[in-house]
Write a protein that binds this ligand. Structure first.
Ligand code: MN
Length: 135
């Protein structure tokens, strides 16, 4: 398994959100304000469940890939392969998931874009069948 991590802190096991992930992830809060920013580290094949960053105005999420290889997918669209330097602008209210490639660790910075009435809705896991079909 390829494991080349960035210089950003890895943080602790992401226990608070473990029930919304398949596999082991780690979470390092980098700053709280004005834009909450985290480093999220995924072990190979780890991914989060389908989810929606809801907002009445503004909101959404920005991902900046800093290590490894991974995936991003919006519902109804083909998955997008991600590698270092890729940026994903996730609009508010769009169902999606993100996570590592099968054979590689993955890290992205995640920024929670401020907005009104923001909350994240966690949905079903990305099934092994869906995940294993990615290429
Ligand atoms: Mn997201």
């Amino acid at each position: 398994m390829k494991k080349e991590l960035s210089a950003f802190p890895v943080g602790n096991k992401n226990d608070a959100y473990a029930r919304y992930f398949v596999g082991q992830s780690y979470l390092a809060p980098l700053c709280a304000s004005p834009i909450p920013t985290f480093n999220v580290t995924f072990e190979p094949a780890c991914r989060n469940n389908w989810h929606v960053h809801h907002a009445g105005a503004g909101g959404g999420q920005l991902l900046i890939v800093i290590a490894g290889e991974g995936w991003y997918q919006e519902e109804g669209k083909a998955a997008r392969r991600l590698s270092v330097g890729d940026v994903v602008c996730i609009p508010a209210n769009v169902k999606h998931w993100h996570g590592a490639a099968k054979d590689c660790w993955f890290q992205h910075l995640a920024q929670e874009i401020p907005g009104e009435d923001t909350y994240t809705e966690w949905c079903e896991p990305v099934s092994d069948e869906q995940y294993d079909a990615l290429q």
